[in-house]
Design a protein around this ligand. Structure first.
Ligand SMILES: Nc1ncnc2c1ncn2[C@@H]1O[C@H](COP(=O)(O)OP(=O)(O)OP(=O)(O)O)[C@@H](O)[C@H]1O
Ligand SMILES: [Mg+2]
Length: 230
């Protein structure tokens, strides 16, 4: 059941919200204290999640409560991703001194962006407060550390033996065409590769990453170092 992953989700959310990039972006947008409040509330929820996950099978209301928490986490992650994006944009502006037309359009009105983010943060904070208050309806024990045996994902690396990869030439070329269509490194894009587990998404990304034309067009490349990302 998806709800049994909530403890891990809460842990990664807290580490995300306390990351340097998010902290800096929240300071710049004047919502640092709000994010700290959210972090404290999520910690309260996290403390009873392991027990809640264990007891949910026999308790419909508990299952419903966990579902609500999952929904808030999903929306909260989107908002935090927005923060990370903003931090990245700032970094690009500070280091290169210029931004692309696309990025400029995105942040053309900083005041509107600031208001929008403040509104979203308040909304998330209130929703977390509500689910945190509801935890008192259940007799849940506090347990801060997960001792269950979980299979953690290995870190990936960018190396691939292309002679072992079958039938991906067309997909690879399609992605490369998209990457290079605006003149390579002048555009800032995200290209999702979606599919069921084990389909070959990471392998395809590796093939693109190591392709000669990509190497030539993007002198500076980075392979994500988090197993969540690939
Ligand atoms: N086109 C291919 N030809 C041969 N082997 C492949 C191909 N694509 C992937 N594989 C192999 O299949 C396995 C799973 O591939 P990969 O890790 O890329 O899948 P994934 O979609 O990223 O999985 P996950 O959803 O778990 O992240 C790997 O051992 C990889 O070497
Ligand atoms: Mg993968």
């Amino acid at each position: 059941m998806a709800e049994s992953l909530l403890f891990g989700l809460a842990e990664s959310f807290i580490s995300k919200i306390t990351s340097r990039a998010v902290e800096q972006a929240s300071l710049a947008l004047g919502v640092y204290n709000e994010l700290q409040d959210i972090k404290n509330t999520v910690s309260l929820i996290k403390a009873v999640l392991l027990d809640a996950e264990q007891k949910q099978r026999q308790n419909h209301q508990l299952r419903e409560w966990l579902r609500r928490i999952k929904s808030v986490f999903t929306d909260a992650e989107d908002v935090i991703d927005d923060f990370e994006c903003e931090a990245l944009r700032k970094h690009v502006v500070n280091t290169s001194g210029s931004i692309t037309r696309k990025a400029r359009r995105y942040c053309s009105n900083p005041l509107v962006y600031r208001l929008k983010m403040a509104h979203q943060i308040t909304d998330i904070k209130e929703r977390f407060n509500k689910v945190a208050a509801d935890r008192l309806n259940f007799c849940l024990q506090i347990n801060e550390s997960d001792n269950r045996v979980v299979q953690r994902r290995e870190m990936t690396h960018s190396h691939v033996n292309e002679s072992d990869v079958i039938g991906r030439e067309h997909d690879k070329q399609k992605i490369i065409d998209i990457l290079l269509q605006d003149g390579g490194d002048k555009s800032l894009s995200v290209i999702p590769i979606v599919g069921i587990g084990g389909l070959g998404k990471t392998t395809l990304a590796k093939c693109v990453f190591n392709d000669k034309s990509v190497v030539e067009s993007f002198p500076l490349k980075m392979w994500p170092n988090s197993p969540r990302e690939l």
